[in-house]
Design a protein around this ligand. Structure first.
Ligand code: ATP
Length: 580
């Protein structure tokens, strides 16, 4: 028989028994033994008395603690916030990003989300409080021996608040012994004395903040296989948090928006729009507002959204093209707009959405259509050169999630402008094998554009460039043909990292020339929308003019080299997705 794995220990040796007090002493040791017995008796009595007193004291303490707990002296300092909740009059409001040594020892009030909460034994809890973006601070809730202002039940309650709940806390700013690595504010911590739950988050979030901050795994609008979707993630956030799909992000729009990467993208986008506006205003452009609802599918009828409009039909504008030209015809020298445009294209690509933001401009041409190109190139360079400094932190945040190579800019005076034909030549000579025979008369495909972008980056050290003189066949009816070579137009596209972000050019301002080109394109100049357009140039003399349309979503996305333009939009609209 084998031995048991945990054999029982051998019985302990019985201790030598001490003689009982008062027991008969052995013969011959009479006096000494009596004395010893008395001494032992006194000692035992003393110890029994000591033990009794200690027990009494412990019982009294336990009773006091129990009473304090039942009473909870901190009960007014925590709980769900109600209209009766009382805050201190002397707590100051200060944003986490403005905390300085001056605030040490001062009482502040903070409104924040619980990013994380953990108990440290029964008397202490740590909470990460996030005020906005990545601005968070460590909050310490420690029970006071007197049970107030923080009691043990309060600690337990705060430590159990669900992540992403919104709380209002008060406490004193202190310097921690060692910097708090897990929070952006690492040099201070908040010693909480009041904590009220303003709005509770559910126990299980649809998507955790950690998952929301990971790169998106899949941009398809189709339901991905179950193992790819990260649904109902547990609140426990680990380093190995799986990435979620775009569908999961959009289904959990609040957590999607709370991710620092989305907030950084939104800030960069807003700043880019601001830079666009400020540059154009400084160059004499006036803002105008084109309509979204229009009465005719002006740009040909394809890719246009139709909707019932009382007893008629209306359309959503595919661009403000005609309206910005009406502004010029109406006597404005330089105009711009920034607003939504709609395309009913069933294009499920990382470059397309059914609604995007168009940054459009139009201007009178004095001598040469390149004046317009100077402005378009100028405004984009202004955006790229300034965004680096203005949004350095945000760009770094985005790159921590979506790493990418620096967006290369040309040196001032060394901007790259090639003709379309020169671009095709480069592709034929230096591009991949399959582009050896590309033609100067046909528009470029997306793979051709990307290949050319790579060649230009290598050759000229820039990710931003212009292709001018597009073939006639590749441009709409309103594009002005080159008077010296009608096979090409005075029209151009601007590119970022090999992808088109802006189309522009000179428009035909002479109604006779316009009608002739409309016919050449196989369109009836008397058709609805087209007739009204041609009439603009018949109503009064209109000067030569040109302009361009920039897609803001693409500018943001390709500057940051995001995997999809959908990430740059606030609420991406795709053929299958209209929510949220
Ligand atoms: P593409 O050929 O890439 O579909 P486009 O030639 O139709 O673009 P334009 O009509 O010239 O584009 O529009 C001007 C700009 O608007 C484009 O350069 C791009 O930045 C943006 N844009 C156009 N269509 C979309 C779209 N569906 N989603 C997002 N941005 C778009």
């Amino acid at each position: 028989m084998s031995e048991p794995s945990n054999p029982a220990p051998p019985p302990a040796e019985a201790p030598a028994e001490a003689p009982a007090a008062g027991a008969a002493a052995p013969a011959g040791e009479g006096t000494v033994s009596k004395k010893a017995a008395k001494k032992a008796e006194a000692k035992a009595k003393k110890e029994a008395e000591k033990a009794r007193r200690a027990a009494e004291q412990a019982a009294a303490q336990a009773a006091a603690a129990k009473a304090a707990e039942a009473e909870d002296l901190a009960r007014d300092n925590y709980g769900a916030e109600t209209h009766e909740t009382k805050f201190s009059d002397d707590a100051i409001d200060v944003s986490l990003k403005n905390l300085t040594d001056e605030h040490v020892g001062k009482k502040i009030q903070l409104r924040a989300w619980i990013q994380n909460a953990r108990m440290q034994g029964a008397k202490m809890a740590f909470v990460e409080l996030r005020e906005e973006g990545t601005w968070s601070i460590q909050g310490v809730v420690a029970a006071n021996p007197e049970g107030t202002p923080v009691s043990r039940p309060m600690v337990k309650w705060v430590g159990a608040i669900n992540p992403e709940s919104f709380v209002v806390v008060e406490g004193t700013i202190e310097k921690p012994a060692v910097p708090v690595k897990s929070c952006r504010v690492s040099n201070y911590e908040l010693h909480i004395t009041k904590c009220f739950l303003h709005a509770a988050a559910p126990t299980v979030l649809g998507m955790t903040l950690a998952a929301a901050n990971r790169p998106i795994a899949n941009f398809s609008d189709e339901e991905p296989p179950v193992e790819q979707a990260v649904e109902k993630l547990s609140v426990a956030e680990t380093a190995a948090t799986p990435a979620a799909t775009m569908l999961t992000h959009l289904d959990n729009i609040v957590m999607h928006k709370r991710s620092f990467v989305q907030q950084a993208i939104a800030d960069i986008r807003a700043e880019m729009k601001e830079l666009y506006r400020s540059y154009l205003r400084a160059h004499g452009f006036k803002e105008f507002e084109p309509p979204c609802l229009i009465g005719a599918a002006s740009e040909g009828g394809a890719n246009v959204f139709r909707l019932p409009y009382f007893e008629k039909e209306a359309f959503l504008a595919q661009s403000p093209q005609f309206y910005k030209q009406i502004e010029i015809a109406g006597g404005r020298k330089r105009v711009y707009s920034a607003g939504p445009v709609f395309r009913a294209e069933n294009s499920n690509t990382p470059r397309h959405m059914t609604e995007f933001t168009g940054l459009d401009l139009e201007m009178e041409i004095k001598r040469d259509y390149h004046e317009v190109l100077d402005i378009l190139e100028g405004v984009l360079l202004h955006i790229f050169r300034n965004i680096r400094e203005r949004c350095a932190d945000e760009i770094a945040l985005v790159r921590s999630v979506y790493p990418c190579e620096e967006f290369l800019l040309p040196e001032p005076g060394k901007e790259v402008r090639l003709t379309f034909a020169e671009g095709q030549k480069l592709l034929r000579e230096e591009g991949p094998e399959e582009f050896r025979n590309v033609s100067d008369d046909e528009d470029m495909s997306t793979p051709q554009e990307k290949a050319l972008g790579a060649i230009i980056r290598k050759k000229y050290g820039t990710d931003f460039y212009v292709l001018d003189k597009f073939p006639e066949s590749a441009r709409p009816f309103y594009a002005k043909e080159d008077p010296t070579n009608p096979k090409v137009t005075n029209a151009y596209d601007l590119f970022m990292r090999g992808q088109e972000i802006c189309s522009g050019g000179q428009r035909i301002h002479d109604p006779v020339e316009l009608e002739a080109r409309i016919r050449k394109k196989g369109i009836d100049p008397a058709s609805p929308g087209i007739k009204e357009y041609v009439d603009i140039f018949k109503q009064a003399g209109v000067p030569a003019h040109g302009g361009g349309g920039i897609g803001l979503d693409r500018v943001v996305a390709w500057y940051l080299n995001l995997p999809s333009v959908h990430l740059a939009a606030f609420y991406p609209r795709t053929p299958r997705r209209l929510l949220p």
